[in-house]
Design a protein around this ligand. Structure first.
Ligand code: 6PG
Length: 229
């Protein structure tokens, strides 16, 4: 499985490269199927990309938005990934509400994971999966020492308990489901991620490295996160 590393010159270059990935994936998807299924990363790094997308003119009716993970918090909690994405982007564009598939994490991890797995049952491979990278090598809400859902029979969505990054209870797409994608792009910035990048490049088993789609993955970094080792 190929991992393609790209170190951006600066924040502007980083953002332009991220947008280029999204545009290419959208173009391919609309040309092939007339719909664009994108999985969004949580956390803070992707927000610059989401804000930039909010300034663009797309035919949002063809976009189907999924979430790679969600925190088990009330639906309107400011630290919900879905709330952060809506504020940065989705509430600012005319995407149909039915096209935004929020993980119902307020139901609790078990019930929400089951519900989201059912919702995904009829959905094919994603066109683009966006992922973040944690300082411990986690991605989505797949954390070291937990089950990452790599097995062929792993559920599409997993309940997560005792997550080291608060809140402790979460829902995450499994490594297997995240890898059912035509394109996977990791969005990484900051010196805090350098050790995770170094471990990844040394071939260590971290959750991010367990995401292995047929077409390989792209990792977009800034200089601070990059590690030559
Ligand atoms: C979350 C995210 C998580 C995030 C990484 C990186 O719910 O927190 O899904 O996987 O992507 O922790 O977070 P930052 O981009 O904020 O560093």
């Amino acid at each position: 499985m190929q991992t393609r590393w790209t170190v951006a010159k600066d924040r502007s270059d980083w953002l332009q490269r991220a947008l280029t990935h999204v545009h290419a994936a959208e173009h391919e998807a609309l040309g092939r199927a007339g719909a664009f299924h994108i999985v969004l990363a949580g956390g803070g790094t992707p927000l610059a990309l989401y804000r930039a997308l909010a300034q663009e003119d797309h035919d949002w009716r063809h976009w189907q938005v999924w979430f790679g993970d969600e925190r088990c918090l009330p639906p309107d909690h400011p630290e919900r990934n879905s709330v952060m994405v809506r504020q940065a982007w989705l509430d600012r564009v005319g995407i149909p509400a039915a096209n935004v598939h929020v993980i119902p994490a307020e139901l609790g991890a078990e019930a929400a994971a089951e519900r989201y797995t059912q919702t995904l049952a009829g959905v094919g491979d994603f066109d683009l999966v966006l992922l973040g990278l944690g300082e411990d090598g986690h991605t989505a809400s797949l954390f070291p020492g937990h089950d990452w859902g790599e097995a062929a029979d792993a559920a599409d969505a997993l309940p997560v308990f005792a997550a080291p990054k608060p809140p402790p209870e979460r829902v995450s797409l499994s490594a297997r489901r995240l890898a059912r994608a035509r394109r996977v792009l990791f969005l990484t910035q900051g010196a805090g991620k350098r050790e995770a990048v170094a471990a990844w490049r040394r071939g260590e088993r971290i959750p991010a490295a367990a995401i292995q789609p047929p077409g390989g993955v792209d990792v977009l970094l800034d200089r601070e996160a990059w590690s030559e080792s």
